[in-house]
Write a protein of this length. Structure first.
Length: 232
């Protein structure tokens, strides 16, 4: 098991709430706590709008004091949260693929895979090259698992953002059309100078990285043409 470090972003489960402290189950990393001021910025009128027992939340490790992790919910960025949730989802998918064939040995096989890969990375690679599973199971089991991998090809992941483009120049409409001449992205006009920009890839992280580059390209082109640019 990898060591938990400050600034790590992980999936936690709320165990209980006592006074101004939220007690968390960190899975393989043990237990942790979070004070109310790290749940959400500003005054919290009802803590149960944010955390309730048994709810899974994505938190950031603020510090580890005397071996005890102290965490934050409000400091987690949307991108970080989405990546952690996507990874967790892939780990569950991999376990569900293995269970029909490996049955009670599934946890053992997952641990063997984790010695060489992250489970999410292994799932992505095994979908493209199912022979990878042969390193961890018998040939007969591998043949059965390859069929399951083939049946569960992952749908593409979509990353999207909404931007605003405004221009008071006579050539404004023409300039905005020029700014939005972007390949590898789907662009829709939403009205009131708003546009949605979306990118699809098999891997959410790759889709998000592509989207960020496209947003930066649009921002640069807008600046050169004196167009007001804003990301919602």
């Amino acid at each position: 098991m990898e060591k938990l470090n400050e600034n790590d972003v992980i999936l936690c489960t709320v165990e209980r709430i006592e006074r101004t402290t939220v007690f968390l189950d960190l899975g393989e990393y043990g237990k942790g706590t979070m004070i109310f001021s790290e749940v959400s910025p500003g005054r919290i009128r009802n803590i149960r709008e944010y955390v309730v027992p048994n709810k899974q939340i994505v938190c950031k490790v603020l510090r580890i004091k005397d071996g005890h992790p102290e965490l934050s919910l409000r400091r987690v960025k949307a991108k970080e949260r989405d990546e952690v949730l996507d990874t967790h989802k892939k780990e569950k998918i991999l376990a569900n693929i293995l269970k029909p064939v490996m049955k009670e040995r599934t946890p053992e096989i997952l641990e063997k895979i984790k010695e060489e890969y992250s489970l999410a990375e292994f799932l992505d690679e095994a979908r493209e090259n199912s022979t990878l599973i042969e390193k961890f199971v018998t040939k007969t089991q591998a043949t059965e698992l390859k069929k399951i991998f083939a049946e569960k090809k992952e749908k593409e992941k979509e990353a999207s953002k909404i931007i605003i483009l405004k221009s008071i120049k006579e050539s404004g409409l023409k300039d905005i059309k020029e700014v939005l001449k972007i390949e590898d992205a789907k662009i829709n006009y939403l009205g009131s100078s708003k546009f949605s920009i979306s990118v699809k890839e098999k891997n959410y992280k790759i889709a998000n990285l592509k989207l960020e580059k496209i947003i930066e390209e649009i921002k640069s082109k807008a600046k050169s043409l004196e167009i007001k640019f804003e990301v919602k």
